[in-house]
Design a protein around this ligand. Sequence first.
Ligand code: NAD
Length: 258
Amino acid sequence: MLNLTGKNALVTGIANNRSIAWGIAQQLHKAGANLGITYLPDERGKMEKKVAELVEPLNPSLFLPCNVQDEDQIKSTFETIREQWGKLDILIHCLAFASKDDLSGDFSQTSRSGFNTALEISTYSLVQLSGVAKPLMTEGGSIVTLTYLGGVRAIPNYNVMGIAKAGLEMSVRYLAAELGPQNIRVNAISAGPIRTLASSAVGGILDMIHHVEEVAPLRRTVTQLEVGNAAAFLCSDLSSGITGQILYVDAGYEIMGM
Ligand code: NAD
């Protein structure tokens, strides 16, 4: 049975009730995990308030600001986990960013700064968070990140984010190879397109969703909760033999040739 009782899980990437991370947090909570939630702080504290209200029913025992571009916030997040939890079992990396300008038009026109920012936030952050999580995963653990088919195939407008996801998927393999001897498993879920804050920045996202609804074997796209279920599985002992994998939760779209 899927049971995460006694597991401490840090969930990053909740911005609102459409976030994939919100779907994941709900399913981890349902399976009995003790949750820590991080949010991206803004100057006026609006995000903190919004996310705090949303996650309240899940009763998180930690609620912390963590901008992955800020070394001090990362350090302090994991220091708090060490002090208050003693150990970490689950890390959900569910965040990405690229400038809207770089998510439409010609890929060859991607700016240097846009390229660097997208890869720093969307790819390097997994490496960095895994590195600080590693010493806290003293009883083994599970790290799950979110990717998209645009990291293995050229999808119109996905552009620089496709490069970030390709790097992310390869990071999953290198991290899995390094952390496996400590019984820390690292996997990615490649989700089908879902309407969220981040995906609305990708040019033509609604067309992408409609195309999937027409072509995918299940004739629909997926929900945040379906991704959450797959994440809960990857975090549980039911998946104890699985690491370094990219699991497609996309209504089967990835297998289609036309
Ligand atoms: P979302 O906008 O709800 O989540 C993105 C999150 O990234 C937000 O919570 C945002 O605050 C966070 N973030 C951005 N910059 C950050 C920073 N510097 N530090 C910390 N957090 C930061 O959108 P989502 O679609 O739920 O995205 C979650 C993940 O799922 C992303 O990796 C995305 O690429 C991936 N994904 C999304 C889809 C989709 O169609 N929505 C499909 C496949 C994969």
